[in-house]
Design a protein around this ligand. Sequence first.
Ligand SMILES: NC(=O)C1=CN([C@@H]2O[C@H](COP(=O)(O)OP(=O)(O)OC[C@H]3O[C@@H](n4cnc5c(N)ncnc54)[C@H](OP(=O)(O)O)[C@@H]3O)[C@@H](O)[C@H]2O)C=CC1
Ligand SMILES: O=C(O)CCC(=O)C(=O)O
Length: 435
Amino acid sequence: MTTTTTSTPASPPSFAPAGSPTEGSALATAHAQLATAAEILGYDEGLHRMLATPRREIHVAVPLRRDSGETVLFHGFRVQHNVSLGPGKGGLRYHPSVDVDEVRALAMWMTWKCAVVNLPYGGAKGGVAIDPRGYSQSELERVTRRYTSEIMPMIGPDTDIMAPDMGTDAQTMAWVMDTYSVNRGYTIPAVVTGKPLAVGGSLGRGTATSAGIVHVTSAALAEAGIGLSDVSVAIQGFGKVGSHAAAIFAARGSRVVAVSDQYGGIRADGGLDVPRLMEHVQRTGSVVDFPDADRVSNTDLLALDVDVLVPAAIEGVLDETTAGSVKARWVVEGANGPTTAAGDALLAKNSVTVVPDVLANAGGVVVSYFEWVQANQTYWWTEAEIADKLEHRMTTAYAEVSALAQREGLSLRDAALVIGVKRVAEAHQIRGLYP
Ligand SMILES: NC(=O)C1=CN([C@@H]2O[C@H](COP(=O)(O)OP(=O)(O)OC[C@H]3O[C@@H](n4cnc5c(N)ncnc54)[C@H](OP(=O)(O)O)[C@@H]3O)[C@@H](O)[C@H]2O)C=CC1
Ligand SMILES: O=C(O)CCC(=O)C(=O)O
């Protein structure tokens, strides 16, 4: 392995941002990461504070008349962290634990992510504190339409473009697109990405995040002189990102030995039959009870003796209590923010190479960008063109990040953040928004 991993200091920002986030939370992690990058870049407090602060936020109440007639109320948010490089871009999350600080962290990561892969976007994120599993499709449609109407002043094809994230999917994006378009009076496909193909979606978007994860894993392994077919992989989360990552790893010859969802995990040391597992999940709604596999808890999955660990579910799972037990040599962050600052320090101490979220899971937003470009041009590319362009973006970004890490003795996370943060700060300075 040629990449040098150094410890990421878990120090707080050098100033006290308004309403300092809870220790160990996603926002605390995002702030600690930015503080490290700002320190490496030698930024002063004013620039650091500006980069840490969201540009614009909206908090909305989303009432829902349930199918039963009962009325319930949800809280929703849209945060534009930064729009210096272009319109805000980022997903919409439906999860019961969504709050404004989580959305702020996710929006900040979108800013650095888009900059790392050189997209003409800023960073944004949205969320509604709802457990989508507890609601019917028509209830979810009403929630989505109401949330979209409430945040209408903030979104648009040139201002802020949504996409799916946890708990939402292509159908959710079709409802957002339709609600926005009906209010404007004509069809505006470029207001969202990750849409169904039938309404202007792009080939390849459904699997793009996962394909990108496999591209950067391949690039990281190549630096150690090994290939995808030489490694075993454990994946936490078997949703849009985790399930397709499992399928692509398996198709490329990796042994996928464990996967999980919110109900628990399964392991088979000889390798799981991923296509059969996907059918099982389609049928039963969970990976658990898949035949020919043993049960493993979500925590124990993180500590399995595998080569590559892909957290692809929620934030903060690799923290001071779990990261020290990781035996994988590579952690490739499919999820946003799966590693806290304390977890990062432990992984670095144990020489685990972490391919950070803002690089590893950027394939999704890369193909979202391709979808937006296609929608704006009303000209559609082939699947092969999209796959080639995605691979090129991901491997180029990985090479840039890895080269900086090696040159400056940084972790891949710090190198990626330095590249992303610097591109955003330069845009501010050139535009004259910051003296
Ligand atoms: N979709 C995308 O294009 C992108 C997503 N990401 C990030 O990837 C991660 C996953 O997103 P995505 O796949 O879209 O989301 P999905 O909602 O499609 O899937 C989430 C998966 O995580 C599981 N999960 C939820 N809570 C837990 C928990 N407490 N412990 C273990 N597993 C859990 C879910 O289980 P169950 O199925 O049982 O609900 C499901 O398998 C998120 O961090 C997201 O921000 C990053 C870049 C792009
Ligand atoms: O495709 C996009 O626009 C954003 C996807 C997303 O939310 C993410 O990368 O975290």
